[in-house]
Design a protein around this ligand. Structure first.
Ligand code: NAD
Length: 479
């Protein structure tokens, strides 16, 4: 049955109810009240979305790259024109303060602009065979229908980072956003449709039954690729499922970022960088700093300044003026944060500020600074995904690198120093896909975002972003 635009699943260019007629409720994490009800799709709906993507694939692959670029560019303009409305939607369903949601909309839109610019630049090669005679030609073709799975923490930007690249490459797709924040992806589908995206190229299914919906889509031999952003355990499940059909995979998984402050650092810049790397999204970011490693000679000054900043942040509903810290996404996430803080304190850490959840409605947790956190504490190994800065001191560069690399994750690291040689040495020594040097933010649509070790496979954005959605066809031409 047809559904009202924006409440259903978006399949083959129509908004439809879930086959079961069931709906799922979206909560505002600041008030714990229901914001909206949307389709709760099941496995048959997931397969219907894949049918639509498959039906659209050959025409879309044959479309002129310029047409794809123009759709993306128009979507960039529309999203930018509607920034305020989109930002409000993100704040309501996800909780971050409005100023941060505006930042996310701008970041999300930039992916569309970037991939619009990339779409017409996909090229091949032509070369003479080394032995002469033959000519070797390479041509780039879209991978084919893709499954794109996104998390709740950047509900719009994690979508455009995948959808933009897939559109530029000529792929069709099924987008499955997090059940906690489905509204941003549904709004994105409306924007892309208005921008001229043909029916069936993008299909969106929202569900509380992710494993049940995703498994048959992954098992369908028509699917060619899965791109996932989320936790490492779920990424591993998907990698195992992907093995059966030898799917192309892109995995943007968990992080455990270390931020290193050396004794020659500009301490003010280091505190500012730590605030950005720690507190963006209330710490619910895969690139959030999880472990702050500070040289012992500057630790007292650094932590005092950091505690001053963290302790003076204003907590509240993201729509209220002056609010700098919103709620966490749900009660489960808040319990995880509280548990890791308890564990660190039990292991001997001190609490300079915060350390508790305020007693009020909403899933809030106070900005917290822990000091002298022993490396045996769980927070050194597990992503806290909350507003907790765990500070540990080091004696020299070798020790700092050893602690930073002592994790199975490898998404990003940060280094603060005035010594250029040290910055380069440490950046090269960090076992991560990305490094912020004297700054707490690395995300940029023109830069290749991604991790090594168990933080993932592949890159999103940069020149690499479109590559993830392309195959190389090689033709040998006899002369
Ligand atoms: P999650 O792994 O619980 O969920 C991510 C998505 O996967 C959601 O859409 C969810 O519905 C779906 N999902 C869950 N189980 C599934 C299954 N068995 N089969 C198929 N789909 C399934 O992660 P989350 O809690 O939404 O997000 C937080 C995690 O995401 C953190 O670990 C964070 O580091 C990571 N993350 C990584 C990046 C990155 O670029 N590396 C960016 C943002 C978030």
């Amino acid at each position: 049955m047809l559904a009202e635009a924006g409440t259903g699943a978006y399949i083959g260019g129509s908004w439809v109810e879930a086959g079961s007629g069931r709906t799922l409720e979206v909560l505002d994490p600041a008030t714990e009240r229901v914001l909206a009800s949307v389709a709760d799709a099941g496995p048959a709906d997931g397969l219907a979305a894949l049918d639509a993507a498959c039906a659209a694939q050959s025409d879309w692959a044959a479309s002129p790259p310029r047409q794809r670029a123009e759709v993306l560019r128009a979507a960039f303009e529309l999203l930018t024109a509607r920034a305020e409305e989109m930002a409000l939607l993100i704040t309501l369903e996800m909780g971050k303060p409005l100023a941060e949601s505006r930042g996310e909309v701008a970041y999300a839109a930039e992916f569309l602009r970037w991939f619009a610019e990339q779409a017409a630049h996909v090229g091949g090669t032509y070369r003479q065979a080394p032995a002469g005679g033959q000519r070797l030609i390479t041509h780039r073709q879209p991978v084919g229908p893709c499954l794109l799975i996104t998390p709740w923490n950047f509900p719009l930007a994690m979508g455009t980072r995948k959808v933009g690249a897939a559109i530029a490459a000529g792929c069709t797709m099924v987008l499955k956003p997090s059940e906690l924040t489905p509204l941003a992806s549904m709004a994105l589908a409306r924007v892309l449709t208005e921008a001229g995206l043909p029916r069936g190229v993008l299909n969106v299914v929202t569900t509380t039954e992710a494993p049940a919906l995703v498994a048959p889509v992954m098992a369908d031999p028509r699917l060619r690729k899965v791109s996932f952003t989320g936790s490492t355990p779920v990424g591993k499940v998907l990698l195992r499922q992907a093995a059966d059909n030898v799917l192309r995979t892109s995995m943007e998984l968990g992080g455990n970022a270390a931020l290193l402050v050396f004794d020659d650092a500009d301490l003010e810049a280091a505190v500012e960088g730590t605030m950005v790397a720690k507190m963006r999204n209330m710490g619910q970011s895969c690139v959030a700093v999880n472990r702050v490693l500070v040289h012992r000679d500057v630790a007292a000054d650094f932590t005092a300044a950091l505690a001053g900043r963290m302790g003076s942040l204003t907590l509240g509903r993201g729509t209220d003026a002056g609010v700098e810290v919103g709620p966490l996404i749900d009660a489960r996430q808040r319990s995880k944060v509280a548990e890791l803080v308890r564990d660190a304190v039990g292991a001997g850490a001190g609490t300079l500020v915060g350390g508790t959840a305020p007693s009020r409605t909403g899933f809030f947790y106070e900005p917290t600074v822990l000091v002298d956190v022993p490396t045996s504490a769980r927070i050194h190994r597990e992503e806290v995904f909350g507003p907790v800065a765990a500070v540990t001191t080091f004696a020299d560069e070798a020790e700092a690198l050893r602690i930073a690399n002592d994790t199975e994750f490898g998404l990003v690291g940060y280094v603060f120093t005035r010594d250029v040689s040290r910055a380069v040495r440490v950046a090269e020594g960090l076992e991560t896909g990305m490094v912020g040097i004297n700054q707490g933010l690395v995300s940029n649509p023109a830069g290749p975002f991604g991790g090594v070790k168990q933080s993932g496979l592949g890159r999103e954005g940069g020149d690499e972003g479109v590559e993830e959605y392309l195959e190389t066809k090689y033709m040998a031409l006899a002369l």
